[in-house]
Design a protein around this ligand. Structure first.
Ligand code: CS2
Ligand code: MN
Length: 356
């Protein structure tokens, strides 16, 4: 297992690479060109610039999160072919600079959704929170609601520029049924797989968060069955998963350890996060400690270890602790604590059971 840490780039993150260097055992930075819009080509010069910064700090750039997929590809518009060509060029450029895994998601319009980015927990920390009764079917109303409580921060995909085009986007998604969205995902993957094979890049899809339909938009990667369907649909070793225990874990019916054991050979990247469920359907992000939440962190780590997982791992989101001012879910302190917990469990498994 190779431990990594997500970093948003110089001037764009409250955490420094020097800080990350002091967390034991982190070898790679999970990075992206965050100023790029979906559909734009990432040039070799731009990638090399970022590579130098990260490598000079003593980390590898093996994993990118994310090269976002343009909505026209998800909707299946005729313009998708041009965007797919651009995506292939980006993949080639990334491979040329040494990148091995590219993370993406196939959620229509939005990335992850929460109702509160700074929800107080009983211990005085705050965390990302989903309150079922607050969710509005109307995405615009929801966006206003979220922006009020967000201290100037927003969720990815919910930026004011995008909100301005929301009606138009929703109109375009109208004919996109769940079935159509599956077809469009297949079309995209079949088009890029030859490039992945040629360059060695593994495409790692992130599951939908939360893992159910939202705002009347269909969502695909929500449970074991859907993941199985996805892997079979394009049965290629470069068509892989970024398995996120936090996203899948929002649905208590998902048995994450079982999903890991079933599809381990196709997991290129592991996001490990804990979630606590409440009876009324709300859920909260919590610390990585097994007993603080419900996803079964110990079982998850045991499953990865039993499978001989040698891919990349990172703590997913963290709480906000010790008054840290940071991007929601992406502070230094709680993610560093998370890493130490994951290492503690992993090192003990290696000691008791040997390295697989
Ligand atoms: C998620 C996503 O893992 C995460 O932090 O909250 O933002 C994830 O990065 C994307 O969905 C992957 O494309
Ligand atoms: Mn994740």
């Amino acid at each position: 297992m190779q431990m990594t840490f997500r970093w948003y780039g110089e001037g764009n993150d409250s955490v420094s690479l020097a800080d990350i260097k002091q967390i034991p055992g982190v070898t790679g930075i999970v990075w992206a060109l965050h100023h790029k819009q979906a559909g734009e080509i990432w040039t070799v010069d731009e990638i090399m610039h970022e590579k130098k910064i990260i490598e000079d700090a003593g980390f590898n750039i093996d994993v990118v999160e994310s090269v976002n997929v343009h909505d026209d590809i998800k909707i299946g518009l005729p313009t998708r072919d041009q965007y797919i060509e651009n995506y292939k060029i980006t993949l080639r450029n990334l491979a040329q600079c040494g990148v091995k895994v590219v993370t993406y998601n196939f959620m229509p319009v939005f990335d992850w959704t929460r109702t509160d980015l700074f929800h107080p927990l009983p211990d005085g920390s705050t965390a990302l929170y989903y309150e079922k009764s607050v969710i509005r079917e109307d995405a615009k109303e929801m966006a206003d609601y979220i922006l009020k409580g967000c201290k100037g921060y927003t969720m990815p995909g919910w930026e004011p520029e995008r909100m301005a085009q929301l009606d138009e986007l929703f109109e375009k998604y109208k004919p996109v049924t769940k079935e159509k969205l599956w077809e469009n995902l297949k079309y995209f993957l079949e088009a890029i797989m030859p490039t992945c094979e040629e360059t060695g890049i593994k495409m790692a899809i992130h599951q939908d968060d939360p893992p159910w339909d939202i705002f009347g938009l269909p969502r695909l990667l929500v449970n074991k069955e859907a993941i199985g369907k996805f892997l079979k649909m394009v049965d290629h070793p470069n068509n892989c998963l970024c398995l996120c225990s936090g996203s899948l874990g929002a649905n208590e019916k998902n048995d994450i350890a079982d999903i890991i054991r079933s599809y381990c050979d196709r997991i290129a990247f592991a996001h490990v996060r804990n979630v606590k469920h409440y009876e009324n359907g709300d859920f909260s992000e919590v610390s990585h400690r097994d007993c603080d939440g419900d996803v079964g962190i110990l079982e998850i780590m045991k499953a990865y270890h039993d499978c001989g997982f040698d891919g990349y791992m990172r703590p997913d989101h963290g709480r906000h602790i010790w008054n840290e001012k940071c991007r929601p879910g992406y502070g230094l302190y709680d993610r560093a604590l998370g890493i130490m917990y994951l290492w503690g469990v992993w090192d003990m498994l290696e000691k008791l059971e040997g390295a697989h």
